[in-house]
Design a protein around this ligand. Structure first.
Ligand code: SF4
Ligand code: SF4
Length: 278
């Protein structure tokens, strides 16, 4: 009897508190439901589809803070189409379809090319550089190496690459095109402007791997593999031109053909090389 009395007393004391808690729970649930309906930000399915079509690596090549910002921007302004270098033509095509736009076919992917071919063994040094081991620091000091156009080899580009696509091989920056996404961070990092984003019309393209504008005589004195501006390549195809003692290739015109192969073979310093996937 005592136990039953205790239970009745406990019930009489606790049910008002329980009821209050229950009422509060119901009230909060209703408030949350109303807030969810009122404050919900509608996600535009078009923007979400564009976002899904992008590589979603937030590299910033497009000029926006990340893929989601670029998705919003290109949905609002389709003239921004084609700014995603890692996504390339494939992503642009998908986005164009989402936005009901027609774009021309083609559109070669841009990938970085190192315009230097000179390893430590081929360079001339005036002395030992003992300063901060970075290209930007070394570049601020005259005569770190004889050629003031060539790769400094401290790897600022390697440090900038989020995709581990750059290695330093015997003092020369070298790109693994199987890992490279074409984000362009290496281009911004190189204080010598050696790296250029180039349209890869083929998996493997040809390039003049030099930036030296010294006279042929000086380039020869400073580097075993620099361009001496002899113009032999221009005699094979006018896709090569020589200005300021430096040969350049019009990449858009490159095709694997006998003319280009002969230009490469006739180059006396071997500075015309292939870059890209093997
Ligand atoms: S090498 Fe690296 S930093 Fe340069 S474009 Fe490719 S992924 Fe980007
Ligand atoms: S390519 Fe430019 S950034 Fe990279 S190691 Fe050479 S000088 Fe430095």
């Amino acid at each position: 009897m005592m136990i039953l009395a205790d239970i009745i007393t406990l019930w009489n004391n606790s049910w008002p508190a329980g009821l209050t808690m229950f009422a509060l729970a119901v009230a909060f649930s209703i408030i949350l439901l109303v807030a969810d309906k009122k404050l919900k930000v509608a996600v535009d399915p078009k923007i979400e589809s564009i976002y899904q079509a992008l590589p979603r690596i937030d590299c910033g090549t497009c000029g926006y803070a990340g893929c989601s910002s670029y998705a919003k921007a290109v949905a609002a302004d389709p003239t921004l189409l084609g700014k995603c270098s890692p996504g390339g033509a494939g992503a642009s095509q998908k986005i164009a379809e989402i936005l009901n736009l027609k774009i021309s076919s083609g559109g070669a992917l841009k990938r970085p090319v190192i315009h230097c071919h000179s390893t430590k063994d081929n360079k001339t040094y005036f002395g030992n550089y003992a300063g901060i081991q970075s290209c930007t620091s070394a570049n601020a000091i005259a005569n770190v190496q004889a050629c003031k156009f060539g790769c400094l080899g401290f790897g600022d580009c390697k440090a900038a690459c989020k995709f581990n696509a750059i290695q330093m091989v015997n003092g020369l920056s070298t790109i693994d095109y199987n890992k490279c996404t074409g984000c362009g961070a290496c281009v911004k990092a190189c204080p010598r402007g050696i790296i250029e984003m180039v349209p890869f019309t083929q998996n493997k393209i040809m390039t003049v791997a030099c930036r030296s504008q010294e006279t042929g005589k000086d380039t020869k004195a400073f580097c075993k593999v620099g361009c001496i501006g002899c113009k032999l390549c221009t005699k094979q195809t006018d896709a090569f031109t020589v200005n300021n003692n430096l040969a350049k290739l019009d990449y858009a015109r490159y095709e694997p053909s006998e003319q280009f192969k002969t230009a490469m073979e006739k180059c006396p310093t071997g500075v015309i090389v292939y870059r890209g996937k093997e």
